[in-house]
Design a binder for this molecule. Structure first.
Ligand code: A2R
Length: 316
């Protein structure tokens, strides 16, 4: 039996590349001298697509791959794939949920701690020789214990963040999802109400049209002058212009961000502010977790071609 042909537009983790090489015919689009010609010649053979990162997978590409059955996305967020266009064509899209929950939740807590206790700045202070020259680093205004946390997006990762926050003796005041879930935490049908009731808002919703700019100037005002915003979900959920203004005017106290509206471009205004902690989208970025995600990409493709069903489809 001929092996299914899988197209990979951009380089991916070795586990995906090697796993696909072993099982499928792998077309490495990024290595082609003329990618357009490769698509022209081989597009009609492609049954699977392995994708991740910033590549945009849309109807224009699907039109060149008439036999495409499955798009296996590396990452729990799949906002770079036009799922609507895939569904219209009967193409299954898969993601990599679950295997990264602990890693992303750990990063969220690290970011929260760094933001509240200014750990990045304190470390830079030492490295610049200022401890010896100028004395102790100033006391931080804020402390972690007792903070009232609201979670925007109490899903798999949101739950893992809530557990950790409680272990740090913060209170989970509640969460906002579109729908109430079976949870001991208080449900807020209104994000604005949630923001009013908390001093720490953790964003962990996916990036899509329904979540775009959910955190706007009004929500930031409601969070208030002791407010800390942590975004580990997607940059598009926060109105970055409104956030810069809220941080500049101390409408909120500080923000810890792992994600941005136009990655990898981070607005200079955010970099220049002294009340931001900025990470280069490292939420799930450890070798063990990325390997697990990569394996799930391969498993999804394998299971689709062997059994006609994927492990973790998003549109089935
Ligand atoms: O809205 P619901 O009831 O479907 O709850 C989901 C919530 N959510 C939203 N909440 C408010 N407004 C929205 N427009 C909205 N859309 C989704 O986000 C659910 O509780 C949560 C997402 O949870 P999971 O699907 O379990 O995703 P997971 O694995 O926790 O990852 C969350 C996101 C990823 O999509 C990446 O963008 C990022 O974290 O790494």
């Amino acid at each position: 039996m001929t092996r299914p042909t899988v197209l990979m537009p951009v380089p991916m983790h070795d586990v995906v590349v090697d796993g696909c090489e072993e099982r499928f015919e792998l077309l490495r689009l990024w290595e082609a001298d003329d990618p357009d010609a490769l698509l022209e010649q081989r597009g009609a053979d492609v049954r699977g697509l392995a994708v991740g990162g910033h590549s945009h997978i849309d109807a224009a590409l699907f039109d060149r791959l008439p036999k495409l059955e499955v798009v296996a996305n590396f990452g729990v967020g799949y906002d770079s794939v036009d799922v609507g266009a895939a569904t219209e064509r009967g193409i299954v899209v898969t993601n990599t949920p679950g295997v990264l929950d602990d890693e992303v939740a750990d990063t969220a807590l690290g970011l929260l701690l760094m933001t509240v206790r200014e750990l990045g700045r304190a470390e830079r202070y030492l490295r610049e020789g200022r401890w010896a020259a100028e004395g102790h680093y100033p006391l931080t205004d804020l402390t972690v214990t007792g903070r009232r946390v609201g979670i925007l997006g109490l899903g798999r990762i949101g739950e893992a963040i809530a557990q950790r926050a409680e272990a740090f003796r913060m209170t989970i005041a509640g969460y906002h999802n579109r729908t109430r879930k079976d949870s001991p935490y208080r449900y807020y049908p209104s994000l604005l109400e949630l923001a009013r009731d908390v001093d720490t808002l953790v964003v962990v919703v996916p990036g899509n049209a329904s979540t775009r700019h959910l955190v706007d100037a009004e929500v930031l005002r409601a969070l208030g002058p002791d407010g800390v915003l942590v975004n580990i979900g997607r940059g598009t959920v926060v109105d970055e212009t409104a956030l810069v203004e809220a941080l500049r005017t101390r409408t909120i106290r500080a923000a810890g961000l792992d994600v941005f509206e136009d990655e990898p471009n981070v607005p200079q205004e955010l970099i220049d502010l002294d009340n931001t902690v900025l990470l280069p989208h490292v939420g799930s970025g450890s070798e063990p977790t990325r390997r697990a995600m990569a394996q799930l990409v391969v498993d999804n493709l394998e299971s689709w071609f062997a059994e006609g069903r994927a492990h973790t489809p998003v549109n089935a």
